[in-house]
Design a protein around this ligand. Structure first.
Ligand code: URA
Ligand code: CA
Length: 434
């Protein structure tokens, strides 16, 4: 088999066989096929697309390019959740203990944040003592005992995806639905879950800005999951503005605690109930999504979800007293309000810009090696559609330095106030099951 013929076949719009896809992935992982030939194939895929079968074959080849996590020692149906990347997206912190409180095993492998979107591990590490450096044995034991544990990414998971992603980044081939779908799904499948719930974001702050594209990506991922024997459901949710009010590590832990108390922001709570219901159904712990939702709401109200969060933090070395006393979390030295310059209705809150502002305050990493400040970030007081009067605070800046003029200018540019009527974006657009 020759790479040249594979490139030519895809260039001419033909379907590649499983053997051809394996040849290219194995050869590239082993550094036997050069970047320039893979670049040409990626561009051919970008223009010609891939059939459902090709996408599944590509995903399987990437899964098999490295280690796969074996979660079979954990009892029950392991359900993972993945978000395509949001700003202020506190859902995992809420969902893990909430779903676990119903007995669903949550064995979560998470990453650190990069760029303007935050990482679950950074957020959890703002709880004093909490750590994710645990052995695989401890991880399995904790999930069996407590139904929830989080471990850092380790081992040689999907090396083919790492190489391909870096190459796509410099060859203008990131934005291809078959390539994005296989990249995301290969990592989820290698991480060992039996079933997967995807939160595909749509809107200004998302990878996919147009609803139709988000749906197409969701369908591509659900189809891959179902073809390789992992039940997969996708929710399409809004990312035209940040989720909830808090953006920043410790600030989001505090927001998660409030949400687990049943007193969280409406949008965050609703998204957690929507995603959580799908997880509970896939795990076989409820008859349908309505039954699942009722059970989840009960555990928000009776304190069981919050109790589960304490157990989870403590089991991984964290100081669980932060749950009753959030002032024990890292706190910023300066809290500065951003007063509205005019009276009207909030028309836009650009999620990417607000996420970048939080990163510049120190909440996120500009590069892989940047140090982050767990205390800083933003807490919104208004969301799209809210009325605001001149001088009223739009948000609070939590900072550890006093010179905030540039950040303030950026924040004003990220929020628009209109005197006309404003439509509030829908939160949940669709559910994709096949
Ligand atoms: N996230 C991924 O993991 N892969 C992609 O290709 C795009 C987003
Ligand atoms: Ca939030």
């Amino acid at each position: 088999m020759r790479m040249y013929d594979i490139i030519e076949k895809k260039r001419d719009g033909k379907e590649l066989t499983n053997e051809e896809i394996q040849f290219f992935i194995n050869g590239y992982t082993a550094e036997e096929i050069p970047d320039y030939q893979v670049s040409a194939l990626l561009m051919a895929i970008f223009f010609q697309g891939m059939t459902a079968k090709e996408r599944a074959d590509l995903t399987k080849a990437m899964v098999e390019s490295g280690d796969q996590i074996d979660l079979s020692a954990i009892d029950g149906v392991k359900v993972d959740k993945h978000s395509t990347g949001g700003v202020g997206d506190t859902t995992t912190l809420v969902l893990a203990p909430l779903v676990a409180s119903l007995g669903v095993p949550v064995a979560k492998m998470s990453g650190k944040g990069l760029g303007h979107t935050g990482g679950t591990i950074d957020k959890l590490e703002s709880v004093p003592g909490f750590h994710v450096e645990i052995t695989n044995d401890a991880f399995v034991r904790l999930v069996n005992e407590n139904k929830v544990a989080v471990i850092g990414q380790s081992g040689n998971l999907t090396p083919a995806d790492k190489k391909l992603y870096s190459l796509r980044d410099v060859t203008a081939t990131v934005n291809s639905i078959p390539l994005i779908a296989s990249s995301i799904m290969s990592k989820k499948i290698a991480a060992g879950a039996d079933a997967i719930v995807l939160d595909v974001k749509t809107g200004e702050g998302a990878f996919m800005k147009v609803l139709e594209d988000s749906k197409e990506l969701a369908k591509a991922m659900v189809s891959i999951g179902n073809q390789v024997g992992r039940k997969t459901v996708a929710i399409i949710s809004d990312m035209n503005q940040p989720l909830g009010f808090a953006i920043g590590n410790a600030l989001e832990v505090k927001e998660a605690i409030e949400t687990l108390r049943g007193k969280g922001p409406r949008d965050l709570t609703e998204l957690c109930l929507t995603l959580g219901s799908q997880m509970v159904v896939l795990a076989g712990m409820a008859t349908d999504v309505d039954d699942a939702r009722a059970k989840l709401m009960e555990n928000l109200e009776n304190g069981k979800a919050l109790e589960q969060f304490k157990v989870f933090l403590k089991a991984q070395g964290g100081d669980s007293s932060v749950v009753d006393d959030p002032t024990l979390l890292p706190e910023a030295a300066y809290k500065v309000e951003l007063p509205a310059k005019s009276t009207g209705t909030v028309e836009a809150m650009f999620a990417n810009e607000l996420g970048t502002a939080a990163m510049q305050l120190g909440a996120g990493r500009a590069t892989k090696d940047s140090m982050i400040d767990l205390a800083v970030g933003l807490v919104l007081h208004k969301k799209i559609g809210d009325k605001v009067s001149e001088g009223e605070s739009l948000l609070t800046i939590h900072a550890n330095n006093e010179d905030l003029e540039q950040i303030k200018a950026k924040l004003y540019d990220s929020i628009t106030i209109s005197t006309k009527s404003v439509t509030v974006p829908t939160l949940i657009y669709d559910t994709i099951t096949e």
